[in-house]
Design a protein. Structure first.
Length: 719
């Protein structure tokens, strides 16, 4: 009895194999049916043979159930049931129990249906075919040779037997199917629970990787900084050699940590695709330079080809596309010992304003075995080759980023001959210009190619700059003074309103995000108070996400200026919205070779401090005086800004901290401190999401990066 109860309990247990449960059900139903039929046979005063067969079937079912419960192997037991019970037993019952004028046809149906439930494949086809063949053969045999069949005595007994058979088999099938469905639902619940646990475990893993990545980056920066100081100050050859090797290893480790962080972001669905307009030729040149340097170190030929007819301005996440290209080139170089790497950028036009960007990187390296093709895109998985080095996540990131941008990646490879990776990403196109079609229209109308203008002077123009941040005010004032424009400053929306009572201006630059009264609120107040107000108001914003221009124009602004200020964009704004009567322009001349060498020298020095000098100078059209003025402001307010960040964090004044971090983002971009700007963006996003614990965890990393930039700019200004 205890064993029987254990079997009942195992039916409820979600861990028991689904079909094993069904077999237990069948065995127990068979036991019940056999003894019920025995009782009915005794009551109906049936033949002794019939009673013995019923009892034997029940005993056989009990023995089979016990053996199966012990061994947990149901298939062989079920095949025995098919042969002994369904084929031989049911055949004997048919002959001795009334032939086709009895309940046996119902039991034949029961046997066939249950066999289909229990086994599959060839075994199922063989068993079902055998059962059907025996049952059909028995019916034909009974029809042709009725003398061999023991028929039931009268019609009443036939009706009773048929009714009993229909009831028993219907109830048995119904109960069995119900129990099977119950067992199936329980198993599905278990699977769902397991899936949820796996999802939670994956999220926990991703969160751990993200946190650890941030923690690991801090000592890496310190290590790289100290290594750079050794390279700058040491004169011992062996120390310089050690430092170079340490720097190389540190950069590899930093790349690995960033890749891990990207994977955790993708898996947590926290990595956003930010689409902006960019010049494909600039991207191609940047990635080609990197590819040539990587190939040169291994003595490889590097070929780069850009389709000449490709639209110059595309709209997409240029940062992630650049990451994809560099990963593919790096992967090709890594697994190629001799020969060449070919980098190609092409396109396929879909419709007006849309193309499919096609990026391919091929090599003459070790190649990939066909069986390893699927593995290469898995996280932390490497194929088994002697050349294999690295963490096994570069291609995984490429695939995930490509899919995030609705693209696709394909690979063709032959072991020992090389590989070719091809990326296809759907993108929008824009008419040539900086970012917007309006700029092209302005250039045509005024016949002024802004990118070729060195100096613009608009004497007599008077502009009001409204921003609560002193750095932004000073930089904007310097840029405008440089063009002989008279500038007045306002530190808040309220001060702007007060200045407009007694003054008029040709243009107003206004920060969109200010405390107390933001840019939009200030503009609405001015327009409500001054009904005939027509002065163009340009919004300053650090947000360059898709749709921001439409949002600002709808709010009443005449145009917008993305932070940090770019001279090209500033000149465009001035040309479009100010009078051209006093406009004086001077065509740009090429930078002297001596200046180029100096910039290149400082670019190499400052990149160690997280400052991209070329990017910073580009904002000011390579005017070093303006860039240095901005750098001076960055250095001057460093300690004050650090104190503000620390105080707001300690006091948990999240609104003020958000504003300070938002300002830091613009400040970092204005000097080309891309890593610091990215840290500020991440902190800003964490503050938006009210993830204050993450903000606290990121603090030290951001402070270290801030200090690194400060030290680099201080070194630059000292020279």
């Amino acid at each position: 009895m205890m064993k029987f109860l254990k079997i009942i309990k195992s039916l409820i247990n979600g861990k028991t194999d689904f079909r094993l449960k069904i077999f237990y059900i069948l065995a127990m139903v068979g036991i019940g049916l056999s003894f019920l039929m025995t009782i009915f046979s005794i009551i109906a005063d049936a033949q002794e043979t019939q009673i013995i067969l019923n009892m034997s079937a029940g005993i056989f079912a009990i023995i089979l159930l016990a053996i199966t419960y012990k061994t947990k192997k149901y298939k062989m037991s079920y095949i025995l049931v098919c042969i002994i019970v369904f084929m031989i037993g049911f055949g004997a019952f048919f002959i001795s129990g009334g032939g086709y004028y009895s309940s046996m046809p119902s039991f034949f149906i029961f046997a066939v249906v249950f066999t289909m439930f229990m086994i599959d494949g060839v075994a199922m086809l063989l068993c079902v075919s055998a059962e059907l063949g025996i049952y059909i053969g028995l019916c034909i045999f009974a029809y042709l040779h009725p003398e061999y069949i023991i028929w039931i005595g009268d019609e009443k007994e036939i009706v009773i037997d048929i009714i009993i058979g229909v009831l028993i088999t219907s109830l048995a099938l119904g109960l069995s199917i119900s129990l099977q469905l119950y067992a199936y639902k329980e198993q599905q619940k278990l699977l769902e629970k397991t899936r949820q646990e796996a999802v939670q475990a994956n999220l926990a893993k991703s969160a751990f990787l993200a946190n650890m990545s941030h923690e690991i980056r801090t000592p890496i920066y310190v290590m790289l900084g100290m290594t750079e100081m050794m390279l700058l100050r040491s004169k011992e050859a062996y120390i310089i050699d050690y430092a170079k090797k340490s720097k190389k290893a540190g950069n590899v480790l930093l790349t690995l940590v960033d890749d891990i962080l990207d994977i955790s972001k993708i898996e947590n669905e926290k990595l956003d695709i930010v689409c902006v307009a960019y010049n494909i030729e600039d991207l191609f040149q940047e990635t080609t330079i990197i590819g040539k340097e990587l190939a040169k170190k291994k003595g490889l030929i590097f070929q780069a080809e850009l389709e000449e007819t490709i639209p110059k301005v595309l709209v997409g996440d240029v940062t992630r596309i650049r990451q994809i290209i560099i990963n593919l080139i790096n992967n090709a170089v890594k697994y190629t010992n001799e020969g060449k790497v070919v980098y190609q950028v092409n396109y396929h036009k879909h419709e007006e304003g849309r193309i499919e960007l096609i990026i391919s990187v091929s090599d003459t390296g070790v190649g990939i075995h066909e069986k390893d093709m699927e593995k290469i895109f898995s996280n932390f998985v490497q194929i088994n080759t002697v050349e294999n080095k690295g963490a096994g996540i570069g291609l995984a990131i490429v695939k995930k980023l490509t899919e995030l941008m609705n693209g696709e990646i394909t690979v063709k490879s032959q072991l020992g001959e090389g590989s070719r990776f091809c990326i296809k990403i759907p993108l929008e196109t824009r008419i040539d210009g900086e970012k917007h079609v309006e700029q092209r229209e302005l250039q045509n109308k005024e016949s002024v190619e802004i990118s070729e203008i060195e100096n613009i002077a608009i004497p007599g123009a008077k502009i009001l700059v409204v921003d609560d941040n002193n750095d932004n005010l000073m930089v904007t004032k310097e840029l405008l003074n440089y063009m002989e424009i008279q500038v007045e400053l306002a530190h808040s929306g309220l001060e702007c309103i007060e200045k407009l009572i007694d003054n008029t201006y040709d243009m107003i630059f206004m920060d969109y995000m200010m405390p107390d009264m933001n840019g939009e609120e200030t503009l609405q107040y001015i327009k409500n108070r001054h009904k005939d107000f027509t002065t163009p108001v340009i919004a300053f914003t650090a947000d360059v996400i898709s749709g921001v221009r439409e949002k600002l124009l709808a709010a009443g602004f005449s145009d917008y200026m993305a932070k940090p200020i770019q001279m090209t964009r500033l000149k465009h704004i001035l040309l479009e919205h100010l009078s051209k009567e006093q406009l004086v322009t001077e065509t740009r001349s090429e930078m002297r070779e001596e200046e180029q060498l100096k910039v290149k020298e400082w670019q190499e020095k400052l990149i160690v401090y997280g400052v991209d000098l070329n990017m910073g100078l580009k904002l000011y059209q390579h005017d070093r005086r303006l860039y240095c003025k901005c750098a001076e402001l960055f250095v001057e307010y460093y300690y004050e800004n650090i104190k503000n960040l620390t105080d707001h964090l300690e006091n948990e004044d999240w609104d003020k901290l958000y504003y300070e971090v938002h300002t830091l983002k613009s400040r970092a971009k204005s000097v080309g401190a891309t890593m610091l700007a990215e840290d500020a963006v991440r902190m800003e996003q964490a503050l938006k999401g009210k993830d204050y614990s993450l903000v606290s965890a990121m603090k030290e990393l951001a402070y270290l990066e801030y200090k690194r930039v400060y030290q680099g700019l201080t070194l630059l200004l000292a020279k």
